[in-house]
Design a protein around this ligand. Structure first.
Ligand SMILES: Nc1ncnc2c1ncn2[C@@H]1O[C@H](COP(=O)(O)OP(=O)(O)OP(=O)(O)O)[C@@H](O)[C@H]1O
Ligand SMILES: [Mg+2]
Length: 500
């Protein structure tokens, strides 16, 4: 994978794939790195709060413990025996201003500095809840340094409670140092963790994804080169699945593309052959025309058949050629009256008066359809010609029967539905099974099987649809639905303004 990844990377970058590459700042790796550092830092902050609160309590407890030890010694001895200097020294050593002992509800001052201080905060070390410990710690860190604290609680093994009056600047200094150390440590831990996580995820996920992206880009550029199909790694996770799916998709695409190319080549060859064949047939037709002049009875009998056969061959050839050109121009649509158009179709069909086929134009004279007149004409004439062909075959078999071809239409809202109904024999199975499939649907000798396919293509270009509504012996109905073009609001407003 790495190998092929590198190979593809070289291929892509070399051909300007770099424009589509993701810039480093927005890449997955950068996002991953930043997020990991951020999350680890958040975790560290969450740990920091309780630990700094704990540090503060421990610091205070330690001072109270020392004070208690001193107090116990003082209680044994006679406190008054200590000189003021000695008292001050002891207090200074603890960092306190005064020490008192409380025994059976009575508080007794043991040591006090020269200047008895005012107390700002009272802290009961035997009754601290975690939340207030944390807020108090933050408070000390942020605003402390100038306050006097009165700290009290049981200390050591003795059953006496001790009190300590102490300035909080020492505490704050110690806490700041502690916080700084923790912050530094956090940073190192988060960088270390981030690096590990980053490296692992980069290796497991990002590198394969990047290689896949590169391979996709390379493949998109030249899907006919089998060397550009991704080579999946043997891994069982989601990325492995994605790689295998991608490889399968690319192989399929490569294969389809090959088939399409062959078909296109074949199509080209066929239309070249067909083109020349049409010319040959046309000259054969011209020559055969002269056969009519020969009076020989055998020739007279065969000549019309020969001519008809040639006609058919020529029509077939031309049909294939026309389809080979495929790309129909997009419809040039406008609102047009449908009735005259259907009359034109009638004219083109050239139904002989004695054919026993009646053409009924049942379209309302006012009805308008939003279509390309030329294309709609072609679609309708294909449907009508099919009907006439089917019915005249039938009429030959049963001369007495009168057949009718009816074209009707109605508008519902923005959609016009045109029905072409005939009383012919209905669609043969072959035609029904390959309805609208070019070259396959013909069940008529001399038919190309293009009429319905072309009609469908033209109607679809209008955003409409063509369907076989019903086909039983004696009743076949095709329906064309043609919706109006969607109205653009700005155009409509512009028109309103111009007219009003
Ligand atoms: N109204 C209909 N009644 C009976 N059969 C029909 C009708 N319309 C179509 N068919 C059948 O469907 C087949 C396909 O029609 P389509 O117009 O696609 O091809 P075609 O008429 O055979 O050839 P082409 O129109 O290309 O000259 C026809 O051969 C015919 O058998
Ligand atoms: Mg036809």
């Amino acid at each position: 994978m790495d190998e092929s990844g590198k190979h593809e990377a070289a291929g892509t970058d070399g051909e300007g794939g770099a424009q589509r590459a993701v810039p480093l700042a927005r890449g997955l790796s950068t996002k991953l790195l930043v997020l990991t550092v951020l999350f680890v830092l958040i975790a560290e902050v969450l740990i920091f709060l309780p630990s700094v609160a704990n540090f503060r309590l421990q610091w205070l407890e330690q001072r109270l413990g020392t004070a208690a030890a001193v107090s116990l010694v003082l209680l044994e001895a006679d406190a008054d025996a200590f000189s003021r200097e000695a008292q001050n020294d002891v207090l200074m050593a603890i960092g306190a201003q005064a020490i008192a002992v409380r025994d059976a509800g009575v508080s007794r001052l043991l040591l006090v500095s020269d200047m008895p201080p005012e107390v700002d905060r009272h802290i009961d070390l035997n009754a601290v809840d975690p939340l207030s410990a944390m807020t108090a710690a933050l408070d000390t860190l942020a605003f402390g340094g100038q306050r006097m604290l009165r700290v009290y609680g049981l200390a050591g093994e003795s059953d006496k409670a001790f009190e300590l009056i102490i300035a909080d600047d020492g505490l704050r200094q110690a806490m700041l140092t502690y916080a700084r150390n923790i912050a530094f440590l956090s940073l190192i831990i988060s960088l270390f963790t981030a690096t590990l996580v980053f490296y692992a995820i980069n290796r497991i996920m990002i590198r394969p994804i990047r290689a896949m992206t590169r391979s996709m880009l390379a493949f998109a550029k030249a899907p006919d080169e089998p060397g550009r199909i991704v080579v999946p790694e043997a891994r069982s996770d989601e990325i492995g699945v994605a790689e295998r799916e991608l490889a399968a998709m690319q192989s399929k695409l490569y294969q389809t593309l090959g088939e399409r190319r062959h078909l296109a080549d074949l199509g080209l060859a066929v239309s070249k052959i067909n083109h020349d064949m049409r010319n040959i047939l046309a000259s054969a037709q011209l020559m055969s025309d002269r056969l009519r002049a020969i009076k020989d009875p055998t020739v007279q009998r065969v000549a019309p058949k020969l001519l008809r056969t040639l006609d058919r061959a020529l029509a077939y050839s031309e049909g294939v050629l026309a389809y080979g050109r495929t790309q129909e121009a997009p419809p040039a649509r406008r609102l047009l009256r449908l009735r005259p158009l259907v009359d034109d179709v009638h004219g083109l069909l050239g139904i002989a008066p004695d054919s026993g086929i009646e053409f009924v134009n049942a379209v309302d004279a006012e009805l308008e359809v939003d279509a390309d007149s030329e294309q709609l004409f072609r679609a309708l004439s294909n449907l009508c010609r099919n009907a006439v062909q089917a019915m005249s075959g039938d009429a030959e078999a049963d001369g007495a029967l009168v057949h009718r071809l009816t074209v009707s239409a109605e508008r519902t809202g923005t959609v016009v539905r045109i029905l072409v109904a005939d009383t012919g024999p209905g669609l043969p199975r072959q035609a029904r099974e390959n309805l609208f499939a070019a070259f396959r649907g013909s069940a008529r000798s001399g038919g190309t099987g293009l009429g319905l396919a072309i009609a469908q293509e033209l109607v679809r270009a209008h955003g409409g649809a063509i369907e076989l509504v019903e086909s039983t012996g004696g009743h076949t109905v095709f329906a064309l639905t043609i919706p109006d073009r969607p109205v653009s609001l700005t155009d409509a407003r512009g028109q309103l303004r111009r007219h009003g």
